[in-house]
Structure formats: C-alpha cells, structure tokens
Design a binder for this molecule. Structure first.
Ligand code: 5GP
Ligand code: MG
Ligand code: MG
Length: 178
C-alpha cells in the first residue's frame, strides 16, 4: 500500500469484479440495439473506462470530453468545455462514464449538453457515488460502489493531480492536507 494512504475503501479486485458486472448489465441492456458511444470525462474516468470496456461485449466506440466548472459561480450548469467530442453524436445512445458523482452538478450539465447536441439517450455509469453529497438530483443508471462522504483518491481520482495511478480507492492520511 502507498505510504500516504490511510485506508483502502475499494480494492483492485473489487473494482475489476464490479466492472465486469456493470459491463454485463450494459451489454444486456443494449442487446439488439445500436451499440452506444461511451463518452468518458477526463481525466478521472480513464482507468475505469479502460477496465469497463474490456468486458463489454459489443462493438462500441469511445470518446472523451474535458470540462471544468467556473470557479466562484454557484449556479448550476456553468461549465466550460476544455475538450469537446471528436464527432457528431446526433441520434446516438450515449453512455457517460464518470469516476464519481458528488454534488451531481457536473453530470447534470454534461448530460444536458449531450442531449442538446442531439443524442438520442444518455445513461450514466459511475465507478463511485456519494449520495449524501448530492445538491442536484441525478441518479446514475449504473453505479460501481456507494461510499460515505469522504475524500477519496486512486483509480483515476486525484489529489492535486497525484494518486490517479493507484490501483485501488483509498483515503489519504491527514498529514497530506496540512
Ligand atoms: P460534482 O458531482 O460535484 O459535480 O463533481 C464530481 C467531480 O468532483 C468528480 O468528477 C471529481 O473530479 C470531483 N470529486 C468529487 N468527490 C471527490 C473525491 O472524493 N475525490 C476526488 N479525488 N475527487 C472528487
Ligand atoms: Mg470527474
Ligand atoms: Mg480532481
């Protein structure tokens, strides 16, 4: 275990097993339909996307978006698109891939943005969910793990851009924040 990690909340084995289950559900839900386009939000969802799509049994494509919230604004839906999709998504079924749903602001806005671009449907798959932190009502169709209201790192999630490469989800020691 990394020396700055206080405890592990979700192990690598648990993440892999749960990703397989979610991929199976997605494969079943889209059986007989046009394969969905996976849209992953940079950078946090990259390890989860990579784990998930290995187990999806459809000829899917994936693309990336990078968004940032405007600092200092409280209004919902104020995001800046730093990197947009490479292609038109008109008429496509989208699976939006996220690392964690916290307040729900980011996903609410991105989902609406994708619908405005003409997506036929948008479903959300998230590795983690902190339901107690929700400000905007939004529910992912596919959730890996629900966790308590605690700041976590690993498997894509960062603290000052570090710790994204840890293969598990963990909590940092208090000394990291001093
Ligand atoms: P929200 O749902 O509040 O709009 O934003 C979710 C985003 O906040 C996530 O994509 C992630 O970047 C960040 N975030 C929320 N909770 C955590 C956490 O516990 N750890 C880390 N590293 N990032 C978090
Ligand atoms: Mg994120
Ligand atoms: Mg971050």
């Amino acid at each position: 275990m990394h020396q700055l990690i206080k405890k592990v909340l979700v192990t690598e084995e648990q993440i892999i097993a749960r990703s397989k289950e979610l991929a199976k559900q997605i494969t079943n839900d889209y059986a007989g339909k046009e394969a969905p386009l996976f849209v992953a939000l940079l950078k946090g969802s990259v390890p989860f996307l990579a784990e998930l799509v290995k187990h999806v049994e459809m000829d899917i494509e994936f693309d990336f978006m990078d968004v940032s919230s405007y600092e200092g604004t409280e209004s919902i839906g104020d995001i800046k698109i730093l990197k947009d999709l490479d292609r038109s998504i008109k008429g496509l079924d989208i699976i939006l891939v996220e690392d964690i749903v916290d307040t729900g602001r980011t996903l609410t806005t991105v989902k609406q943005t994708l619908l405005n671009k003409g997506a036929n449907s948008v479903k959300i798959v998230t590795l983690l969910d902190k339901p107690d932190r929700r400000v905007v009502e939004i529910k992912a169709e596919y959730t890996g793990f629900e966790i308590e209201n605690e700041f976590v790192v690993g498997f894509g999630l960062d603290y000052n851009q570090k710790f994204r490469n840890l293969p598990y989800i963990g909590v940092l020691k208090d000394e990291c924040y001093r």
